[in-house]
Design a protein around this ligand. Structure first.
Ligand code: 0RA
Length: 662
């Protein structure tokens, strides 16, 4: 399978006169080629993009050490990627441990060499992907490194997973900067090895752009440029934020109505750790607006930094409200969720030895961080409240309203639960459940409209497929408080059918959402392929994203794809999935005159089964949440109040609304 198994490669290396350390090095890189997953997670698209993160992280490290101001990334016309920075340049002198190699060669070929050698190294460096550029070398068919340093431009290259091609040599003088001094910096160009990345080596510009924007927010003042030479219409993207995470908060909040204009901000450092926090409130009802990072990596599962912040936030707002007489003696304290309603906050932590834990290694485990953040928030948030009394009162006022709504929602939930108990199994009346009780094989079809629901019921395999018809438009949960949401009968049916509660992930004894209780591991949205259908899909996805997020993250949510066209072939009908399928068919049958299907209702049960439901022939799109922060933004823009940003977003992302209008 692997075209470059070790014996042959080493032999070749030997014959061409490589030294002892060359061979040692190739053995190290060979290990990466044998088990790429261990180093970059996968050899699919995610792993492929990891290569870029790895190279860029090194440049960002150089920026964090205050030597680099700008990073230029170019997807080249032939599919390779170039990352260029204006840092110090990788050292080019002999390395003291490997006396026959330059330091630059060591960085490119020795696992984990990165910036860690040479004494002081970096205090903080890209944690999760901190495997080193040598991994990129091991997994590329060609790597070229250009280093401007000490007045000269140097070049070296590697082929076939790290085999030295051109040793480091001077190719000319380094260009002269505006300040009259010779330029310094590193340029890495790499072409991923297609024999490793079997699913393809196509980089997605949007993925790179999103990440660079995030990195620009997290590194105030650092400028990112992105160019995609494969696409003649691609306009160079530039991201640079002087305000850093304050600008991040503004950006996340831009489609929402601010509760007040000021962005709060504070920072604190301890032993080998440094935290920076920015926050503001909007008039919305979401309680999941805290976005945390450790060394530039998004900690989606939270961890000690988030815990410290939440605890101290709750304490500080309650203390302030009591001290100022805004909470009366006989009134109960606010709960954390009351205070977090409408909060947008970014927590950025830098730490010398991050411990990443959890299912997706995105939970920060360092215990010392909790007390650092807690102490900083207790002191500095209180200070900010004292300096901003108008804002502080607005926050307390909002928390008061949220607490009232929470109590109303609890009452509503209890009513639902009591009703469920009366209804027997607690399942909604219009659910046609499946016979299987094994969630792993059970599927719930959520079907728009009663008539399509009827066909689906007739068509289904009743052993594994349950059908829940949904009537008309469900409530837009982006604009409704939880208590109103629970008065909506369609939403209540959904909650009961899925059977796992709703809201924040439930902790022991509390009510909330428990992904383990989800009764179906495939929740399939079946709606028409028209505007109304896409609206109802978006509403359902918003609801799942906001209220049952772990279920989306677990990959349980799918979108069914009923065909868009049909055509007569002799006596029978042929269904065509989309425009592409129709065009392909037209090419072979130029005279076929097509019918655009108006709705699911036009198909009878057999047709619905064959085209859309039969596991043998259907295509389902799995809904993924790639990046919670970005997804959050998209939902807020698409489902929130701000019509202008919604229009703008739809116009600029017309063919890339990934998990909505697919
Ligand atoms: C090792 C040591 C030093 C810098 C670097 C590596 C370095 C690596 C990369 C990779 C991409 N861009 C980079 N920039 C720098 C320290 C150099 C010194 O002490 O002058």
């Amino acid at each position: 399978m692997d075209s470059s198994t070790s014996p042959e490669r080493l032999e070749t290396a030997d014959q061409s006169g490589y030294s002892a350390s060359d061979i040692q090095v190739l053995e190290g890189l060979e290990a990466v080629r044998k088990r790429p997953g261990m180093y970059i997670g996968s050899t699919g698209s995610t792993g492929l993009h990891h290569l870029v993160w790895e190279v860029v992280d090194n440049s960002v490290d150089e920026a964090m050490a205050d030597y680099c101001k700008r990073i230029d990334v170019r997807i080249m016309a032939d599919g390779g990627v170039e990352v260029r920075d204006d840092g110090r340049g990788i050292p080019v002198d002999r390395h003291d441990k490997y006396d026959d190699m330059s330091a630059a060669e060591v960085v490119l070929t020795v696992l984990h060499a990165g910036g860690k050698f040479g004494g002081d190294g970096y205090k903080v460096s890209g944690g999760l992907h901190g495997v080193g550029i040598s991994v990129v070398n091991a997994l590329s068919s060609l790597v070229e490194v250009e280093i401007d340093r000490m007045g000269k431009r140097h070049l070296m290259s590697f082929r076939d997973g790290g085999v030295p091609d051109q040793k480091l040599h001077v190719i000319g003088d380094a260009p002269i900067n505006d300040d009259g001094r010779p330029r310094t910096g590193t340029t890495v160009r790499f072409w991923p090895d297609p024999t490793i990345f079997k699913e393809g080596t196509d980089f997605r510009a949007q993925t790179l752009a999103e990440r660079f924007q995030m990195m620009a927010f997290l590194n105030a003042g650092l400028e990112f440029h992105l160019v995609d030479e494969r696409d003649p219409l691609f306009e160079e993207l530039v991201h640079r934020y002087e305000g850093g995470i304050r600008d991040f908060v503004l950006h996340l909040n831009r489609s929402k109505e601010a509760l007040f204009e000021d962005i709060g901000w504070y920072t604190e450092s301890g032993d080998g750790e440094e935290v920076e926090i920015a926050f503001c409130w909007n008039t919305g009802y979401q309680t999941d607006g805290i976005h945390s990072f450790a060394n530039g990596i998004s900690t989606l599962e939270g961890g000690m930094h988030e815990q410290g912040f939440r605890t101290a936030l709750t304490r500080t707002v309650n203390l302030y409200a009591r001290d100022k007489g805004l909470l009366k003696e006989k009134e109960e304290n606010f709960q954390g969720e009351d205070i977090r309603e409408g909060l947008t906050a970014v927590i950025a932590l830098r730490i010398s030895e991050p411990q990443f834990e959890g299912q997706t290694k995105s939970k920060l485990g360092n215990v010392s961080v909790r007390s650092l953040v807690e102490k900083a928030t207790n002191e500095k948030l209180r200070e900010w409240f004292e300096e901003h009394p108008r804002e502080a009162r607005a926050i307390v006022g909002k928390s008061t309203m949220a607490a009232k709504a929470r109590i109303a929602a609890t009452t509503a939930r209890q009513t639902i639960r009591r009703k469920s108990a009366l209804d027997g199994a607690g399942l909604p009346g219009k659910l046609a459940d499946c016979r299987s009780k094994d969630p792993a094989e059970s599927e719930l079809y959520i079907v728009e409209g009663n008539s399509a629901g009827g066909s689906a019921k007739e068509a289904r395999d009743s052993r594994t497929m349950a059908i829940l018809p949904i009537r008309g438009k469900i409530l837009n949960v982006e604009r409704a408080r939880p208590d109103r949401m629970l008065k909506n009968t369609e939403i209540v049916s959904l909650i009961q059918a899925i059977g796992a509660g709703l809201g924040e992930p439930a902790e022991a004894g509390e009510d909330g959402f428990t992904v383990e209780k989800v009764r179906y591991h495939k929740i399939i949205l079946l709606a028409d392929a028209d505007v109304d259908g896409s609206h109802i899909r978006t509403l359902l996805l918003t609801f799942f994203f906001r209220q049952m997020r772990p279920m989306v993250e677990a990959g349980y949510v799918y979108i069914a794809q009923p065909p868009l066209y049909s055509t007569e072939v002799g006596r029978s009908k042929l269904y065509l999935k989309d425009d592409a399928a129709r065009d392909a068919y037209s090419a072979e049958h130029p005279n076929a005159e097509y019918q655009r299907l108006k709705g699911l209702g036009e198909m009878d049960a057999d047709e619905l089964w064959e085209t859309t439901m039969n596991p043998e022939s259907r295509t389902l799109l799995q809904v993924t949440v790639e990046q919670a922060a970005i997804a959050d933004e998209i939902f807020a823009v698409l489902m929130g109040d701000d019509v202008e940003s919604r229009k703008h977003f739809i116009q600029t992302n017309a063919d890339d609304v990934r998990f909505l209008d697919i």
